[in-house]
Write a protein that binds this ligand. Structure first.
Ligand code: NAD
Ligand code: IPM
Ligand code: MN
Length: 350
C-alpha cells in the first residue's frame, strides 16, 4: 500500500519543521510496510509576493486527488494576514468541507506545565472545533470606509449540518474516552447561534446516554482550563472559540510546539494535518522550532490513513523522548537543542 500525500510547507517555520520531519515520515512508513509518496506544493506568501496569489487558481483541484494533505504554516510579515490565510489555509478547510478539527492536548511526562503542580499524564483532553463556518464564515462587509459612521459587519453562520457533525463527532469521541463532554458556548450573550448550538447538543446527547454533558460558557471555560485542566476529557466548540481554547490547551500542556491537529473532511475530499502553531516569525531561520507538533500531526495523519500501528509508534517515541532527561529538546520546552537534533534523536529511537 502506498499513499499519496500533498505537502504544503508554507511560510516561516513551516518549511523548517516539514523538512526536518519528512525523513521520519518515510522511515516510519517503511518500518510498517507501507509507502508514502509526497508531492510538494511550493505555495505560500513567497509565491504571493512574486505572483500575486498564495496558490494557483486551480489549487484545490490539484489537491483533490491526494489521499491527504500535510501543511506547515501560513503567515508572513510582508503579506497582510487576512490575505495570506484567506488565500491558502482557510479555502482548503472550507473547500474540502473539513468540518471537524481535532486537537489533542496532552501533558507528557518530562514536560513542565506553566501551571503549578501538574506533572506528566495529568492533563489529557481533546478539543473538537467546528472548522468551516461559525465566526469564520466569509459573510460581512464594510461601509463608509474612513468616515465617522463607518461600520464593519462580520456575520457568524451556524448550519444544522455542520453543527450536528462536530457535536456528534465529539460525543462519539467522548463515548470512547472517559464519557465526559464539555459543551462550550456563549449562549448567555449570543441568543441565536449559541442557543441553537446548545439545542443541537441536547438533541444529540439523547443518542449517547453514557456521556455526561457539562455546559460551560467560553469565558468560564478559559478560566477552568487553567484552574482544573485535569478534569476535561472532550470539549466541543465553535470555530473561533475552539481556536482560542486550543492555544490555551497547548500551553497548559507545555508548549504550542507540541500541539497537533487534524482537519477532517466529511466527504471524499482529502483531510489536512498541520501543527496548531503558526509561522512563528519571531524564531524563523534560527533552527530552533519544535518539530514535535508536526511529528504528532503526522501521527494523526497515519491514524486517519488506517495505519494505526505507525501512528501509535510515533506517539510512543515522542513520549519516550520527552520522558528522557538526556534527550535533546528545543528551547520552548526548556532545552537548548535545535529542530534537527530532536528529529535525529527520534529517528534513532524509531
Ligand atoms: P505562532 O503560533 O506562529 O507563534 C506564537 C508563539 O509560539 C511565538 O512566540 C512562536 O515563536 C511560538 N511557537 C510557535 N510554534 C513554535 C514551535 N514549533 N516551536 C517553538 N515555538 C513555537 O502565532 P502568531 O505569532 O500569532 O502568528 C504568526 C503568523 O502565523 C501569523 O501570520 C498568523 O496568522 C499565522 N498563523 C498560522 C497558523 C497556521 O498556519 N495554521 C496558525 C496560527 C497562526
Ligand atoms: C489555527 C490558526 C488559524 C485559525 C488562522 C491562522 C486562520 O490560528 O489553525 O489555529 O484561526 O484557524
Ligand atoms: Mn489558532
Amino acid at each position: 500500500m502506498s499513499y499519496d500525500i500533498a505537502v504544503i510547507e508554507g511560510d516561516g517555520i513551516g518549511p523548517e519543521v516539514i523538512d526536518a520531519v519528512r525523513p521520519l515520515i518515510e522511515r516510519t512508513a517503511d518500518g510498517y510496510g507501507f509507502g508514502i509518496e509526497t508531492t510538494n506544493y511550493g505555495w505560500g506568501s513567497e509565491r504571493y509576493l512574486e505572483e500575486g496569489a498564495m496558490m494557483p487558481e486551480d489549487g484545490l483541484d490539484r489537491l483533490a486527488d491526494h489521499d491527504a494533505i500535510l501543511l506547515g504554516a501560513v503567515g508572513h510579515p510582508d503579506v497582510p494576514d487576512h490575505v495570506a490565510l484567506h488565500g491558502l489555509l482557510l479555502p482548503i478547510r472550507k473547500g474540502f468541507d473539513q468540518r471537524i478539527c481535532k486537537r489533542p492536548s496532552v501533558l507528557f511526562e518530562g514536560i513542565e506545565s506553566p501551571l503549578r503542580g501538574y506533572s506528566g499524564g495529568e492533563i489529557d483532553f481533546v478539543v473538537f472545533r467546528e472548522n468551516t463556518e461559525g465566526e469564520y464564515a466569509d459573510v460581512g462587509g464594510r461601509e463608509h470606509r474612513g468616515e465617522d459612521h463607518e461600520v464593519a459587519v462580520q456575520t457568524a453562520v451556524f448550519t444544522r449540518e455542520a453543527t450536528e457533525t462536530i457535536v456528534r463527532t465529539a460525543f462519539e469521541a467522548a463515548a470512547e474516552r472517559e464519557g465526559h463532554l464539555t459543551n462550550i458556548t456563549k449562549s448567555n450573550a449570543q441568543a441565536y447561534s449559541m442557543v441553537f448550538w446548545d439545542e443541537v447538543v441536547a438533541e444529540v446527547s439523547e443518542e449517547y446516554p453514557t456521556v455526561a454533558v457539562e455546559r460551560l460558557l467560553v469565558d468560564a471555560a478559559s478560566m477552568d482550563l487553567v484552574r482544573r485542566p485535569e478534569e476535561f476529557d472532550v470539549l466541543v466548540a465553535s470555530n473561533l472559540f475552539g481556536d482560542v481554547l486550543t492555544d490555551l490547551g497547548a500551553i497548559v500542556s507545555g508548549s504550542l510546539g507540541l500541539a497537533a491537529s487534524a482537519n477532517l473532511a466529511s466527504g471524499d475530499e482529502p483531510s489536512m494535518f498541520e501543527p496548531v502553531h503558526g509561522s512563528a516569525p519571531d524564531i524563523v531561520g534560527q533552527g530552533v522550532a519544535n518539530p514535535l507538533a508536526t511529528v504528532l500531526s503526522t501521527a494523526l495523519l497515519f491514524d486517519y490513513l488506517g495505519e494505526s500501528a505507525a501512528s501509535d509508534r510515533l506517539w510512543e517515541v515522542v513520549r519516550e523522548q520527552l520522558a528522557d532527561p538526556n534527550a535533546p529538546r528545543t528551547p520552548d520546552v526548556g532545552g537548548e537543542a535545535g529542530t534537527e537534533d530532536v528529529v535525529a534523536d527520534l529517528a534513532d529511537r524509531l
